[in-house]
Design a protein around this ligand. Structure first.
Ligand code: GLC
Length: 448
């Protein structure tokens, strides 16, 4: 073969592979944005999720021992090599998954979301993908996720798993905005490798522990994708989850409008449509997906010994009701102690919410946001021919409700006693008199 024909062959081949590559390109782009069609099983899970209205979030890991929240490694500029040593002392001697599940279930919560691996990269289960886990790095050597999954199964409550996209310890994680002073070796960033690691871990979580209600991702905000594009290849991960467990819901706390492949929209520390905490600027509320607001019981997610800033039971009940009024779920966080117990202040609050839920559960669970938009005085929820008027903060003795539909009956939900109402143009006026001092006075309206 002459030099010339060799050259031609080379050019032809290059052109061919280029053409082939180009045909793949739209495919790659498509895979990310391809319209996601949820399976029937997934739609069923969404409905069950939506009906629960209330879940409990647990931020627990070796950081609990430092008792200053889950960001301790980053916030104290600790070296990862030093931080890792904590694992050798992690022995939560009083951890009893059944006790947790019983305490949480008694609050009326329908699901529990546990941090399986937070930004420090420590895995709370027996993972084969890393030695920085509960089995290999701690003397405890009990698979926390396995124990919790079993207790949840026994008690009939769903288990969701939080999973961090970012990692402050692994050298292959492409460094983002945080974790810059943990002393990680440089020059080893490799997203392909890190992604393979994450996929391997997700596969473990979704094949070893029975049905998982949701994978709750967090951390892609570590790369400011609006400024510097970073392809997390989320769709590959979402599709993997749905392939392994079609009923598992995909959630991602990215503070943006939902991406294709997600099943829930999350709002951090704010009700859907509000932005008091600064995470939800411009976050359009989806009218298709179930909504979830996550909030702390005190101020911090992970255990913080000095954080006594607990919201009162009445405030928590009102928060739950206000969330339901937006047609959303409340995921209320507790940071378990290093000894494995839920803090006493949290347990008391769970009990008090539970007492309220025993009576009023039906006015939030399985409901939708009601026909009257949320107001300072309270919110409405609805189910079938009932509208529940939740009065949270009203000084007047009458309340006007703009309602299009005719009302046949109005009663106090608690005891069924009649509430006087008058038809007025555009709605009704309730004559309430003096209301009892309780966090939420619920009036049930029956639509004609
Ligand atoms: C934020 C925090 C993280 C926490 C999460 C819970 O993303 O950085 O630590 O786990 O909120 O919503």
């Amino acid at each position: 073969m002459t030099n010339k024909s060799m050259k031609h062959r080379f050019i032809n081949r290059t052109a061919l592979s280029l053409a082939f590559f180009l045909t793949l390109l739209p495919g790659i782009a498509l895979a990310q944005n391809d319209v996601y069609v949820p399976s029937a099983e997934n739609l069923k899970s969404r409905q069950e999720f939506n009906d629960a209205r209330f879940g409990v979030f647990l931020h627990w890991g070796i950081y609990s021992m430092l008792a200053s929240g889950e960001w301790a490694l980053n916030d104290n500029n600790l070296l990862f090599e030093d931080y890792k040593q904590l694992a050798g002392g992690f022995f939560p001697s009083q951890f009893d998954a059944r006790e947790w599940v019983r305490q949480i279930k008694a609050s009326g919560a329908g699901y529990i979301c546990l941090t399986s691996r937070h930004h420090d990269g420590f895995s709370m289960w027996d993972t084969d993908r890393s030695d920085f886990d509960i089995m290999d790095a701690t003397p405890f050597r009990r698979d926390i996720i396995a124990e919790l999954a079993q207790a949840c199964r026994e008690e009939g409550i769903r288990l969701h798993l939080y999973y961090s996209h970012l990692d402050w310890g692994r050298p292959d994680y492409p460094l983002g905005r945080t974790g810059r002073r943990t002393g990680r070796p440089t020059g080893q960033e490799n997203y392909d490798q890190y992604l393979a690691f994450m996929k391997g871990q997700l596969e473990e979580l979704l094949t070893k522990y029975g049905p998982i209600g949701a994978i709750w991702f967090d951390g892609i905000w570590d790369h400011d994708i609006d400024r510097t594009p970073f392809d997390w290849r989320l769709r590959e991960q979402y599709d993997l989850i749905h392939r392994l467990q079609p009923g598992c819901l995909v959630a991602n706390n990215h503070h943006k409008a939902p991406y294709e492949g997600e099943d829930i929209q999350i709002f951090e520390r704010d009700l859907p449509g509000e932005n008091t905490a600064g995470y939800s600027a411009g976050q359009q509320v989806s009218n298709k997906l179930p909504l979830e607001t996550c909030q702390t019981m005190n101020g911090m997610w992970g255990y913080k010994i000095t954080d006594r800033n607990y919201k009162s039971p009445a405030q928590l009940i009102q928060l739950l009701v206000r969330t339901a009024g937006k047609g959303a779920n409340l995921l209320l966080n507790i940071g378990p102690q290093p000894n494995g117990k839920l803090p006493a202040a949290a347990v008391t609050r769970l009990q008090q919410i539970g007492e309220w839920m025993k009576i009023y559960g039906p006015t939030v669970k399985g409901t939708q946001g009601g026909p009257v938009a949320p107001h300072a005085w309270g919110v409405t929820t609805s189910r079938d021919d009932k509208v529940y008027v939740h009065i949270l903060n009203l000084e007047d003795t009458t309340l006007f409700l703009p309602l299009e539909k005719k009302i046949a009956k109005a009663v106090f939900f608690k005891d069924g006693s009649a509430v006087k109402f008058t038809k007025v143009p555009g709605g009704i006026t309730l004559s309430l008199g003096e209301l009892p001092a309780e966090p939420d006075t619920v009036i049930e309206l029956t639509i004609k």
